[in-house]
Ligand binder design. Structure first.
Ligand code: SF4
Length: 269
């Protein structure tokens, strides 16, 4: 994998020292950034250093430590409930199997896979929003509807001993280079392999000399201005602005001169 050359440490960025801390950090990271989680966990782990300490607490005791992460109330409830389950059913040790991890309150398939893979070396390839987006953009998978589908297809292409590494490489590539809003293609080592990059290169160049007073859009084919577009879904299932008069997709924003053509992008729905 070419990403290995540029991402020297394909590891989780969630700071942790043991499986308990990793589980807590991953649970907190749902719908939240790793950087934010890393800000709150030092004080949280100091106050509740073990599964037993967290299990003995009430959610209201935990809440002040995690108030700045997303969904703090439900996460506080889930953390305490998960710790109690680990204490009562697993002897106080975070379980290593996916099935046991998924049985914990607040632990879904993705969290279970991250913990199992990172803490216990279980072969897993969790798909989060970054993995989902990057895998589609590069073209490793095409039109997969769900993260589980992306996971299945990636696993078919890769030997199991690199699944964990692939997960981290794709996450870190998505976090720092192939970002959601503005991928940094100029700094990317994958341009020659990437479907998304190829599509971006094929977009029509901007037109100059358009007059926005004549209309919001300009159709290059019939050379007319218009204000109200009709929308057409192209073969890649992207809704495109099309010309009111001739139906062409060769439409440009009269103010900026830029083509209105959009390339498909990929968000977990
Ligand atoms: S070339 Fe651009 S779109 Fe493709 S993987 Fe690299 S950053 Fe992402």
């Amino acid at each position: 994998m070419r990403l290995r050359q540029v991402i020297k440490r394909p590891q989780t960025e969630l700071r942790h020292e043991n499986p308990y801390q990793l589980l807590v950090a991953v649970m907190l990271s749902a719908q939240c950034t790793d950087a934010r989680v890393n800000q709150v966990t030092p004080a949280l782990f100091a106050a509740f250093p073990t599964v037993e300490a967290l299990a003995a607490a009430e959610p209201e005791d935990v809440l002040p430590y995690i108030r700045s992460v997303s969904y703090p109330n439900s996460k506080a409830r889930h953390l305490v409930a998960a710790a109690r389950r680990i204490r009562d059913e697993f002897g106080g040790a975070v379980p290593s199997s996916l099935k046991a991890l998924e049985s914990l309150p607040g632990v879904g398939p993705k969290t279970a896979r991250v913990v199992a893979s990172v803490a216990f070396g279980v072969a897993a390839l969790p798909v989060d929003t970054h993995v989902y987006r990057v895998a589609h953009r590069i073209g490793l998978v095409r039109r997969a509807r769900t993260p589980r589908e992306v996971e299945r297809r990636l696993k078919r292409q890769l030997p199991s001993h690199v699944w964990g590494e692939a997960h981290h490489l794709l996450i870190l590539h998505g976090r720092y280079t192939c970002t959601a809003r503005q991928p940094r293609c100029a700094q990317c080592v994958l341009t020659d392999l990437c479907d998304h990059y190829r599509r971006l290169q094929r977009l029509p160049a901007p037109l100059t000399g358009l007059d926005p007073r004549q209309g919001r859009y300009f159709c290059k084919r019939c050379r007319r201005y218009f204000d109200t577009p009709v929308y057409r879904t192209d073969r890649l299932e992207v809704e495109q602005v099309s010309c009111l008069n001739c139906g062409s997709l060769q439409v440009f924003d009269a103010k900026t001169g830029c083509s209105t053509r959009r390339v498909p992008d990929y968000r977990v729905r």
